[in-house]
Design a protein around this ligand. Structure first.
Ligand code: NAI
Ligand code: MG
Length: 497
């Protein structure tokens, strides 16, 4: 543990808070309180206690932020030499890396995830900033052959002000996943973090300022979905909305965008299958499934929440996963745990509700199936790693996103049935395949409807790889070079001579 993490941990456990936390909105390069004076509390899921309060933006604050972003777009950012934009993002990556300890501790406290996971998120965020810093001066157009006397070419241009609505499960990483390509492309950003986890998106404002980002290019307006999110996505000067969250709220966001003809990227829920074929490596598959569903206590849109397993290996594989759940040690985020809390009481109740209802229908938990408290203090919102076995295809445990540490097992006979069962929900975000047979791996990869597929390593991938869903899982792609397209429009210019 670094000295700084030690100091921050000590300060937190002694005082129940941290002295350096941001508290205000960040608009046009300045920290300001909300005009209404309203505040929201943020809680530590590991203790269920309030540890910080921040200003809560309302419509009038949102209007200021969007105006600032619009002014900055036209006055400074859009026309800056692209390599200079890249330099600023690159500097921001360096500064974030230098402050990794602080960001990791704050992220862990705000979300409830284990410190080690928060450290991974910060390091991925540094990588994402660097990746898009390198893209800033490589966004280019094309030329089109029209024959003698005409010259036609395209210019790829930034769309303008972009809104970013962030969920509570990956607060910093989701912010940077949207903001980094937007800024690289020359757009400006207004970020509305989730009310449960506003702090790291706010801290990021200082990093950008210190990196030399002009005022108004990055604005943060914490607040509720209704108070701040809704006026932001309804604002006529917002040209693109990047939203990650629930299907219901995604629908509202798309309706708001429709009124203004603004574009959207929607990254919504999932019910992602992991197909384990008869010839898979059982140990590797069990380890893959364990972390596919229990990383961040299952609060991941792309969690591998359905195990679709061949009957011949069903018992052996499930037993092995159950055995591995004993590696998981629930605890407070800063107490060297590898299994964190559920982000809110509402989410904990939602998870419990799904499991209790399914028990009523006769479905069995082979492990877990109940809430936990932090073993040493009895506090906090935790849920035991849970595996529900032999669940029928039409059951709500199969069809609905639980967004928690609940693995649903579906037993199949052979490859054909595996494909059918893998595709049996309205979601299509991610899928994992475990097999040693390359033909079956390719066949399943082609037949499963999903934005991303991994073979023999569920979390394989990186910022370079496009990410997003089909059907109810969303619209558009983030990450990779593809994400830049969300923030650009093509202008074609044709000249006769
Ligand atoms: P949510 O979709 O309501 O919240 C996500 C973000 O949208 C938050 O920043 C929220 O303040 C904002 N928001 C809410 N209403 C809005 C509106 N009318 N206009 C604009 N922004 C608005 O999700 P919530 O309530 O936090 O969680 C509910 C469920 O959603 C979870 O149980 C889980 O199943 C799913 N979820 C999925 C996520 C994903 O990564 N795909 C992330 C978070 C939640
Ligand atoms: Mg919180």
């Amino acid at each position: 543990m670094s000295v700084q993490i030690g100091n921050l941990t000590e300060e937190y456990f002694n005082s129940g808070t941290l002295s350096m936390l941001p508290t205000q909105l960040f608009i046009d390069g300045k920290w300001v309180s909300s005009i209404s004076g309203e505040e929201i509390e943020t809680l530590d899921p590991g203790t269920a206690k309030v540890f910080a309060k921040v200003s809560a933006a309302q419509k009038e604050d949102v209007d200021f932020a969007v105006e600032a972003a619009n002014k900055a777009f036209f006055n400074s950012w859009r026309d800056m030499k692209p390599s200079k934009r890249g330099d600023i993002l690159s500097k921001a990556a360096d500064l974030l890396e230098q402050k990794s300890d602080l960001f990791s501790v704050v992220e862990a406290l705000d979300s409830g995830k284990p410190l080690a996971e928060a450290q991974g998120d910060v390091s991925n965020s540094v990588g994402a900033l660097r990746y898009y810093a390198g893209c800033a001066d490589k966004i280019q157009g094309d030329s089109f052959p029209l024959g003698e006397g005409v010259f036609s070419f395209s210019s790829v241009e930034a769309v303008g002000v972009t809104a970013h609505i962030i969920p509570w499960n990956y607060p910093l990483a989701t912010t940077i996943r949207g903001v980094a390509p937007a800024l690289a492309a020359g757009c400006t950003a207004v970020v509305k973090p989730a009310e449960q986890t506003p702090l790291t998106a706010m801290l990021l404002a200082d990093i950008f300022k210190d990196a030399g980002l002009p005022d108004g290019v990055y604005n943060v307006i914490p607040g509720t979905g209704k108070g701040a999110g809704s006026p932001l996505v309804n604002h006529p000067k917002v040209q693109h909305i990047t939203f990650t969250g629930s299907v219901g709220t995604g629908t509202l966001v798309m309706q708001a965008a429709a009124r203004n003809i603004s574009s959207v990227t929607l990254e919504l829920g999932g019910k992602s299958p992991i197909v384990a074929l008869a010839d898979c490596d059982i140990e590797k598959t069990a380890e893959g499934v364990l972390w596919a569903i229990f990383y961040n206590a299952g609060q991941i849109c792309s969690a591998g929440s359905r195990l679709v397993v061949d009957r011949t290996i069903h018992r052996e594989l499930v037993d092995r996963i159950v055995e591995k759940t004993s590696q998981l040690k629930a605890g407070h985020a800063l107490n060297n745990t590898n299994y964190g809390a559920i982000n809110s009481k509402e989410q904990l109740d939602k998870i419990s509700g799904f499991v209790e209802r399914s028990k009523g229908r006769g479905i069995k938990a082979v492990c877990g199936g109940y809430p936990l408290a932090n073993e040493s203090t009895g506090e906090g919102w935790f849920y035991a790693p849970t595996i529900m076995d032999e669940v029928p295809m039409e059951d709500e445990l199969v069809q609905e996103e639980i967004f928690g540490p609940v693995l649903t097992v579906q037993v199949v006979d052979g490859v054909e049935e595996a494909i059918k069962v893998a595709n049996c929900t309205n979601f299509a975000l991610a899928a994992g395949i475990y097999t040693q047979n390359i033909s079956n791996a390719l066949r399943l990869s082609r037949s499963i409807d999903s934005g991303q597929i991994t073979v023999n390593d569920y979390w394989a991938g990186g910022i370079e790889v496009p990410f997003g869903g089909n059907r109810r899982s969303g619209i558009g792609r983030e990450k990779g070079l593809e994400a830049l397209k969300n923030y650009c429009s093509t202008k074609s210019i044709t000249m006769a001579f």
